[in-house]
Every structure is written in structure tokens, then in C-alpha cells.
Design a protein around this ligand. Structure first.
Ligand SMILES: *Cc1c(COP(=O)(O)O)cnc(C)c1O
Length: 420
């Protein structure tokens, strides 16, 4: 059971709302740090272990600073994320650059920072060479295709746009070695939000076997295997969180059986998790503006899909607590909506909740990763603020809410008025 307990009391939230109007996301620093420590402690069992936090999950300098202080590197996927990493003082191989359909300027920036560049396609060898020159260390992303099942979020590997085929992997190491590249890594990411620990152990086995095959066929020994992200979180109260220890022990066993046995020890093991690091420790706080009774009963909030896209996009479950009514009977059934002109702008459909009235404050759980970050501006909606609940119980603003002027900043009203 994943207990959906709040790290703050109603009074604390009401106090924050006085200063920072709803909606906003609030992150629990203490829980994030504790979780990061548990993660490193468990995976520290593995040879040369490194975790690179996936910036796209929660791209905020305060969150990145916490990751840095806890000993994580960063996994960047775009130019802006690389610049954010640079501005936060992440250096060289503390940055993993895993992207796909990559623009030339992104490769130039990654090379300039000395980041570990992970190529998503065999044609990117030449593309990178032309754009920035080949670095000393290069990594390739493997797509196992029909050899592996995927899951709903990421799709079946053979339908996924990412990575190189097995034959291309072998070829890629041969080509880059011939071009003078000296150091090599290997990467994969085949699932997203997966709660089955065995899946990650299977993935590690698959990668270790590939590392042996690459060595046997090309004489290239990879110095690390990056297992990607994708560890899931228990969005639903009846789900169980994964055990980091269980994954780490399983990966260690596979390492001994495959890497050590084939005399390829040592090979470093990397992860680039985002969701499991911050996801459960963020909350979207929103106020109820309207209650509407038609063919169903609707709760209309002041947040919308622009603040949290997952329920509308994938039908994802996010737990909802009505602040101050934690112990009230859940004897009403509501659709909890936002205000977009899109009928999938719903945080919950036919959810059992206590009776809700306008002015109630809803807490939408597990928004600490892929929450704010997926935001957009449809219907002229503005992005919300992000707050941080510090370890001492104080609340600080770590991103202000967008204003209408921010939204208009790229427009040209004067030019439009002069249009003939
Ligand atoms: C999204 C992504 C991650 C992080 O995934 P989580 O599910 O948040 O752990 C890591 N690596 C790559 C290449 C990704 O696309």
C-alpha cells in the first residue's frame, strides 16, 4: 500500500495560498532528499554506480541543486536543459546527453560541455562528426525491438522511435572505433513508469549480454551500461512502491553471472531516473471554483490540464485529497475538471470523494515529476508557480507564476495594429 499522507497540514497550505494564489505545485524537500539517499544507498552496491537525474521530470534550478548536493548527475535531452545544467555548475561527465531526432546545435552544446553523448541512431555518428566532431567517449542507445515487451506509456520497443537495432549497435562501435573514438558506453530505456522490479533486472541482463557480444564481435569494451529511467511510482493507493534494494541485488547478480564471468569486469552501471526521484513528493494545490450538476456531478477547479497533463493525456490516475476532509466519508461521485475547452481536461473521472463545495482546496498527489514540466499555454492559460517546502517547514517560491505579460512577450501587438 502506498499511503497517501500529506507532508503539510491544512493551515500551512492556507498560509501559503495567502502569499501565492492557487494553483501551484509544492515539493517536499525533506522527502526528496531522503529518497535520493535511499536510492544511492541501495544502488551503491553496484560497480561504479552513477545516477543522472532526468531534468525533463522537474526542470527547476532548486530541484537540480538538491540533486547535485545528493550526488546525482543530470540527464539532459535538449539545448535548454544543457544550458540549465551548465548554469547550475554541472560539469563534463556529470551530464549525460540522451536525446533523439537531435538538432545540430544541441550536439555542439553537449560537446562543448564535455557531456557524455548518447546517440539515438547510427546516422548520428556522421551527423555529430560534421556538427561538432566526434568526442573521445561515445554511447549508443539500444532498441531491442521484438526481443522485449514494452508497457503502455512507452509502447512496444519495435514500435518505438528510439535507439539502434542489435546489428546497428555492433556496426556503430566498429565505425566509431575506426574513427578514433577511445571510450564507449551503452544505453537503453525500454519502459516508463514500470513497477515490476524484475523488468529492470531483465533489462540489465539483456544489456550485459549485449556488452559481451559487442566485445566478442568488435573488441570494444564498454566502460558503462546505462539502464535509463522508467522506474514507476505507486500513483494508486493500492499499489506498492518498488524496492530499490531488490532491483540493485538482481542487477548485481546478473553482473556477476555475465560481466564478471566473461572477464569484462569492471563496467560501471548508470541510471537516469526522473519520476521515482521526485514524483511522489510534489503536489498540485488547486481551489474549487464551481460545483455543477448535470448528467454527472462536476467539480470545477482553478487548475487545468496545462498544470498537469497526465490524466488527460494518458488517463493516468492521480490521487486527490480534499484538504480538511481527509477522514470524511467518500460518499459522492465527481468528475474533477479544469477549465480548458477540451472534454479530456479532467483530473479524475467518476471518483469517489467527500462532498465538495466551492472554496474547498484539493491536493492532487504525485505531481513532482512530469507535472509542471509538461505544461502548455492552450486557451491562454498561464503556467503556475512552484513552491518548495523546506526541511525546516518554511515555504519558498522557486518559480513565480506566469503573468499575461509573459504570455504576450513573444507577440507583436504594435505591428499587428499597423497591418494594412
Ligand atoms: C524520460 C527519460 C528518462 C527519465 O524517465 P523516468 O520515467 O522519469 O524515470 C530517462 N532517460 C531518457 C532517455 C528519457 O527519455
Amino acid at each position: 500500500m502506498a499511503e497517501k499522507i500529506l507532508p503539510f497540514r491544512k493551515e500551512k497550505v492556507l498560509e501559503a495560498i495567502k502569499k501565492y494564489p492557487t494553483p501551484f505545485h509544492i515539493y517536499d524537500e525533506k522527502a526528496i532528499r531522503q529518497n535520493a539517499r535511499n536510492f544511492l544507498k541501495a544502488f551503491g552496491l553496484l560497480e561504479g554506480f552513477k545516477q543522472f537525474f532526468a531534468v525533463k521530470a522537474t526542470p527547476n534550478p532548486y530541484i537540480l541543486k538538491i540533486m547535485q548536493q545528493e550526488g546525482f548527475g543530470l540527464d539532459c535531452s535538449s539545448f535548454s536543459e544543457l544550458v540549465m545544467a551548465e548554469r547550475m555548475g554541472f560539469k563534463g561527465e556529470e551530464i549525460m546527453f540522451s536525446s533523439n531526432d537531435t538538432p545540430a546545435e544541441d550536439f555542439v552544446k553537449a560537446k562543448e560541455l564535455g557531456a557524455i553523448i548518447n546517440l539515438d541512431d547510427i546516422s548520428h555518428i556522421e551527423f555529430l562528426e560534421k556538427a561538432a566532431g566526434l568526442p573521445n567517449l561515445i554511447c549508443f542507445r539500444y532498441n531491442p525491438g521484438p526481443a522485449r515487451r514494452g508497457n503502455v506509456l512507452i509502447g512496444k520497443p519495435e514500435d518505438a522511435k528510439y535507439g539502434l537495432t542489435r546489428e546497428q549497435m555492433i556496426e556503430a562501435y566498429k565505425i566509431t572505433k575506426a574513427k578514433g573514438v577511445k571510450r564507449f558506453g551503452m544505453h537503453t530505456m525500454v519502459v516508463s513508469n514500470e513497477l515490476n522490479e524484475d523488468y529492470f533486472i531483465e533489462t540489465a541482463k539483456m544489456m550485459f549480454e549485449l556488452a559481451v557480444e559487442v566485445y566478442n564481435k568488435t573488441g570494444t569494451k564498454v566502460e558503462f551500461v546505462n539502464l535509463g529511467g522508467g522506474i514507476g511510482i505507486p500513483y494508486k493507493p493500492e499499489q506498492e512502491p518498488v524496492s530499490y534494494e531488490r532491483i540493485a541485488k538482481g542487477v548485481k547478480k546478473a553482473y556477476n553471472e555475465i560481466i564478471v564471468k566473461n572477464n569484462l569486469h569492471p563496467i560501471g552501471i548508470f541510471t537516469e531516473c526522473g519520476r521515482v526521484i521526485t514524483g511522489p513528493y510534489g503536489y498540485l494545490i488547486t481551489k474549487v471554483n464551481h460545483i455543477k450538476h448535470i448528467y454527472r456531478d462536476y467539480v470545477g477547479t482553478d487548475a487545468s490540464m496545462v498544470n498537469l497533463m497526465r490524466p488527460g493525456m494518458y488517463g493516468a490516475y492521480h490521487h486527490i485529497t480534499v484538504l480538511g476532509k481527509e477522514n470524511a466519508p467518500k460518499n459522492h461521485v465527481y468528475d474533477v475538471t479544469g477549465s480548458l475547452c477540451e472534454n479530456n481536461d479532467k483530473f479524475a473521472i467518476q471518483r469517489n470523494l467527500p462532498e465538495i463545495v466551492p472554496g474547498d482546496i484539493l491536493v492532487i498527489h504525485d505531481t513532482g515529476a512530469h507535472g509542471f514540466a509538461m505544461g502548455f499555454n492552450y486557451n491562454g492559460k498561464l503556467r503556475s508557480a512552484e513552491l518548495l517546502l523546506r526541511e525546516d517547514g518554511s515555504v519558498i517560491q522557486i518559480r513565480r507564476a506566469e503573468s499575461v505579460n509573459d504570455y504576450f512577450a513573444t507577440l507583436e501587438f504594435a505591428g499587428a495594429k499597423k497591418l494594412k
